[in-house]
Design a protein around this ligand. Structure first.
Ligand code: PLP
Length: 348
């Protein structure tokens, strides 16, 4: 970084997997994209991405959106009526980090579950369903799961547990949505199939602007009817884009080239966790299953002070609370950067 006399070393940005920049290959794919007006459904690159994403999950249809917040919020809007209730973990992105959109956009209330590392169980879901015949209670309508769970340290569901939740949903007439912003991390870590997910969920949101490295883009996947409704809601939310095929081309490139390599990010996160585990200033680490490392700081540093220490070495991490630090590995973090970070951790 220009003007930084403290360090000649390249910036190591572990704040989020959203910070990646397009590679030459991705830029070339964007440059060559065929485009048209997508509100008229005439953008060949967006049509290709939507068909590709639906096919990957063995689902019928998909819609390209500018953000994962929008895909989640459209899904919630499509699945609910004002006054309905949504069941989710208390740390869920849809509840914590989407600006109160559940209430703002859909007029719904939320039943929060205290899960484990952002994951909830079938039993907890069952216990959270309101009695339909009790007019005092909001109507339980939708269950939303997050995989991997961001605020749970990138933790992954066991697929068997998802199946149990689906059973409860079926028995109680509840719809099931997946916030799969980092689903590909879970798929790679657990060696699962996307079609397995496609069979279970009524809607799936994926982000291609996170670990997969596209500059912009999320996709919402579901049935033909659901996506037709989603297309209308996307327009209402102001998300109807025109020649956005340049972005879709980046997403297609990411899906073709950047899924398997997530393994490398998981390995890097594990290396960071192993080094942190040795340090006195680390009180506890969340289990590291994918590309996110969250730990609790104790002793000589507060979380903010430790983040400042890292910054002196041109390493950027986030203090996500007064006592917790988050580090996220991604496509733009090289093995050399991890080694550099390990050395700094060892010296702190
Ligand atoms: C990042 C993220 C989203 C969507 O975020 P956008 O910045 O709106 O694309 C949704 N859910 C989870 C779990 C996320 O981490």
């Amino acid at each position: 970084m220009k003007g930084n006399l403290l360090s000649s070393q390249a910036m190591v940005d572990l704040r989020s997997d959203t910070v990646t920049k397009p590679t030459q290959g991705m830029l070339q794919a964007m440059f060559n994209a065929k485009v048209g007006d997508d509100v008229f459904r005439e953008d060949p690159s967006i049509n290709e991405l939507e068909e590709k994403a639906a096919a990957m999950f063995g689902m019928k249809a998909a819609i390209f959106c500018p953000s994962g917040t929008m895909t989640n919020q459209i899904a919630i809007k499509c699945h609910t009526q004002p006054g309905d209730e949504i069941i989710c973990d208390e740390l869920s992105h849809i509840y914590q980090y989407e600006g109160g959109g559940i209430a703002f956009n859909s007029g719904c209330s939320v039943k929060l579950i205290k899960g484990i590392y952002g994951r909830i169980t079938a039993q907890q879901v069952e216990e959270s369903i309101n009695n339909r015949n009790d007019a005092h209670k909001p109507y339980s309508k939708l269950v939303s799961l997050e995989n991997t769970a961001n605020r749970g340290g990138g933790s992954c569901y066991n697929f068997e547990d998802i199946k149990q939740i689906k059973k409860v949903c079926e028995a109680n007439d509840l719809l099931l949505h997946l916030d799969g912003a980092r689903l590909f991390n879970a798929i790679v870590a657990k060696k699962e199939s996307l079609t397995g997910y496609g069979k279970i969920f009524d809607s799936i949101s994926i982000c291609i602007s996170k670990g997969l490295g596209a500059p912009v883009g999320s996709v919402l996947i579901g049935t033909e009817n659901f996506i037709a409704k989603a297309r209308r809601i996307r327009k209402v939310f102001g998300g109807g884009m025109r020649q956005a095929g340049y972005l879709a081309a980046a997403c297609i490139y990411a899906l073709n080239n950047n899924i398997e390599r997530l393994e490398e990010d998981h390995h890097h996160a594990q290396q960071l966790a192993n080094a942190l585990q040795q340090k006195d200033f680390v009180e506890a680490l969340f289990p590291v299953e994918t590309n996110i490392v969250i730990f609790k700081v104790q002793g000589k540093y507060s979380a903010a002070q430790l983040a400042e220490e890292f910054k002196k070495h041109n390493i950027f991490v986030i203090a996500i609370s007064k006592t917790q630090i988050r580090m996220v590995t991604h496509l733009d973090v090289t093995p050399a950067m991890i080694n550099e970070t390990l050395q700094v951790i060892n010296r702190l």
